[in-house]
Design a protein around this ligand. Structure first.
Ligand SMILES: [Zn+2]
Length: 242
């Protein structure tokens, strides 16, 4: 595709955490080729479709697995914006009263998070324990999903929790807890961590990981109450209705 179609975007991480990924990336709009990829059931089932689309539309040769989760999400939102425009029309259920609301979210107004420190990150936990870790990459997500496969008819919520502890084990580099031996495997260490330590650690990651924060405020038309919502990058994210 000709040069003119590419738009330059700056990653929320500013490229600070990478060896081989530049801080600025050039993206072009999706074409019929990418729409075909997104509707190829086999690729969607294998979870490869979105990666293939992103790879096609980015000019630079980068390893998507090395991207911070938040940079990856940022690129998906930018791809959506460059392809279809700034507005995302959503039909969302009010979590307070259940009424259906029509809302429009502007991608350009979604907040970005930056982090000015460097990796690895060292954090002291409420129990006086200590963890050393790096921000989650796409490869960490993929590894944790492989490790935590659904067991039979396991509830989605239980699986999601298992994937989180499994992801924490992927990003953990060193640990030192007053209540655990230090020579155990990382997965065992995370599973043995006190809940208050895990909660504090997860919150820190959530608050500080560089990337896009796909949150918006919903004011319900029915009950008037406000809720903090998040835009899901689901199956129809790249197929907006007219
Ligand atoms: Zn409501």
């Amino acid at each position: 595709m000709k040069e003119m179609y590419y738009e330059k975007v700056e990653l929320p991480s500013c490229g600070l955490f990478y060896q081989n990924i530049p801080p600025e990336i050039h993206i072009r709009p999706m074409t019929g080729v990418e729409q075909d990829i997104l509707t190829t059931e086999r690729l969607v089932k294998q979870g490869k479709a979105v990666d293939m689309v992103l790879k096609n539309c980015i000019k630079e040769e980068i390893n998507l697995d090395e991207l911070l989760v938040g940079d990856y999400a940022f690129l998906l939102f930018k791809l959506r914006e460059i392809t279809y425009g700034d507005e995302i029309d959503l039909s969302v259920r009010c979590p307070k009263c259940g009424a259906e609301n029509e809302v429009t979210v502007l991608i350009s107004e979604l907040p970005l998070k930056v982090y000015e420190g460097s990796e690895p990150i060292e954090m002291n936990l409420p129990s006086k324990g200590r963890v050393v870790f790096h921000f989650p990459r796409m490869k960490d997500i993929k590894a944790s999903e492989r490790r935590a496969k659904p067991i039979g008819a396991e509830k989605a919520k239980v699986l999601a929790e298992r994937r989180i502890t499994s992801l924490l084990a992927e990003i953990l580099e060193e640990f030192d807890f007053p209540y655990l031996q230090s020579d155990i495997p990382k997965t065992e260490a995370v599973r043995g961590m006190l809940a208050k330590d895990i909660t504090a650690w997860r919150k820190w990651i959530e608050d500080n990981s560089p990337g896009i924060d796909p949150v918006y405020q919903l004011t319900c038309e029915e009950c008037g109450r406000e809720s903090r919502m998040s835009v899901e990058v689901g199956a129809d994210f790249f197929f907006p209705e007219d």
